[in-house]
Each structure stands twice: as C-alpha cells, then as structure tokens.
Ligand binder design. Structure first.
Ligand code: NAP
Length: 246
C-alpha cells in the first residue's frame, strides 16, 4: 500500500514512534527511524523491520535544533530521494506544578514537542511542495485538548501542536499535502511506565474503555492518515484515548 514511499518518523527508537515505524514499513514504506540519543534501540527497530522484510534507515537528529533539522532532511533527501510521509512523534515530559516549574523544564518541553514539530515541517515542506504531495502527521496529546494539572508545559506544547497543524494544513492544502494530528490518551510506553500505581488507577477511572491503550492503537491511526484513503482529510485532530476526551 505504501510501496515506493519514504516515511520519516521522529523519535522512533521506542514506544509509539517505534510502533508507527514498524507499521509503515509493514505496508511497504522505506522508513527513516529518527532518534536523538538511543542509537542502539534505533538499530534494534531497524533490525526488526528488516527481519519482517521491510526497509529502514536510522538517522540521528535532535529535533529541537533548527540547523540540525535542516541538515537531517538534506541528508534524508540525498539518501532516499524524497519524503512522502513525516510523522512528528518525538516528545518529552518534564512534569511539575506550575508554581515550582523551572524555566529550563518549560523550555525543554516546548523546544522538543512544539518547536521540534515546527522545525521538521519547515524543512520537509520544501520537498513536499516540489512533489506536490505529502502527508504530515503530528503527535499531540489528550492533555493538549483537556489540560492536566502538573503538565502546564506539556499541555501548552501539545495544544500548540494542534494550532500549528491547522495553520499548516491551510497553507499546504492547495499543493496536495495533508496535515493532521493525533491526540493519544494514556498509552503503555516508557513515558507512562513511570507513573505511580495511584496515578495509573485514577487515570484508568477517567477512561470509558477502562484501560490504557497500546502503541499499535496509535500506529493504526497514523497509517490511516498516511494512506491514500485519507486524501480528503486535513487539519483534523483524532483522539485515540479510549473515549477520555469525548
Ligand atoms: P517515549 O517512549 O518516551 O519515546 C520518546 C521518543 O522520542 C524516543 O524515541 C526518543 O528518542 C525521542 N526523542 C525525545 N527527544 C527527542 C529529540 N530532541 N529529538 C529526537 N528524538 C527525540 O514516548 P512515547 O510514549 O512513545 O511518546 C511518543 C509521542 O506520543 C510523544 O510526542 C508523546 O508526547 C506522545 N504521547 C504519548 C502518550 C503516552 O501515553 N505514551 C500520550 C499522548 C501523547 P531518544 O531516546 O533517542 O532521545
């Protein structure tokens, strides 16, 4: 279904990004597994894709670094010739109550989650405009839709991703490029593993489907947005959250 397509997935060395990389590769796309520090884990994802008959490359880039993103997309295009799908998945949390939140923790989360998404779109869009086609999928969060005590920085970054998605969707629509966002709820990854049992129990009670989601639940939605079937969908935010934010 995605044969001949090139997909870049940021933060694909584990968690949701890993599942998206595996899914897109299983559909025939050549996948660039981006990572920041976890080279060995990115290598493991590449190996898993290849064992399943897929094609993948690993490429390091800190998405919060504007100049590094420019060099990254230049290198991707030099190596693979095109970019059809960009999934802006890289993200971090640095939780704390607003009154105690440091400037560094605020900046780090905004720089990775929001500016990182901007940086990647900024440098992929030139190529997609040339191709007159493309799919951009941005990872927001249910927290960006509903807010969450203790996550002011994260919620601001993820709400920002939604505004960015809708604005860029309007800018790029006439060139056949769609831009959508996914807002996951609680998904079982290393990001949520660190939550205390009490927080996990309380969170589950807010989820109508009564459980945390799996990384594949998010990957399935990303694959849909990346597909031909989603050609008439742009500027949308899809919650994958067991009904939490309905
Ligand atoms: P995770 O397991 O913590 O993985 C984060 C990934 O992002 C890693 O591959 C990490 O690579 C990469 N990354 C972090 N900073 C980076 C940077 N500056 N440049 C490039 N890559 C960077 O997270 P996850 O749970 O899979 O979350 C993935 C995305 O979904 C995030 O945007 C997150 O906010 C969002 N989300 C998650 C949940 C959830 O419940 N898990 C819910 C809503 C939204 P390195 O290790 O190499 O740095």
């Amino acid at each position: 279904m995605l044969e001949g397509k090139v997909a870049v997935v940021t933060g694909a060395s584990r968690g949701i990004g890993r599942a998206i990389a595996m899914k897109l590769a299983s559909q025939g796309a050549t996948v660039v597994i981006n990572y920041n520090g976890s080279e060995a884990r990115a290598q493991e994802v590449k190996q898993s894709i290849e064992e399943n008959g897929g094609k993948a490359e690993i490429m390091q880039c800190n998405v919060s670094d504007f100049a590094a993103c420019e060099a990254f997309f230049k290198a991707v295009i030099e190596k693979l010739g095109r970019v059809d799908i960009l999934v802006n998945n890289a993200g971090i949390t640095k939780d704390g109550l607003l009154m105690k939140m440091s400037e560094a923790d605020y900046d780090a989360v905004l720089d990775t989650n929001l500016k990182g998404t901007f940086n990647c779109i900024r440098f992929v869009s030139r190529q997609m405009l040339k191709q007159r086609s493309g799919r951009i999928i941005n990872m927001s969060s249910v927290t960006g839709v509903m807010g969450n005590a203790g996550q002011a920085n994260y919620a601001a970054s993820k709400a920002g991703v939604i505004g960015l998605t809708k604005s860029v969707a309007r800018e790029l629509a006439s060139r056949g490029i769609t831009v959508n966002a996914i807002a996951p709820g609680f998904i079982e990854t290393e990001m949520t593993e660190v939550l205390s049992d009490t927080v996990k129990k309380n969170s589950e009670s807010m989820i109508p489907l009564g459980r945390f989601g799996q990384t594949e639940d998010v990957a399935n939605a990303a694959a849909f947005f990346a597909s031909e079937e989603a050609a008439y969908i742009t500027g949308q935010v899809l919650n994958i959250d067991g009904g939490m934010a309905m």
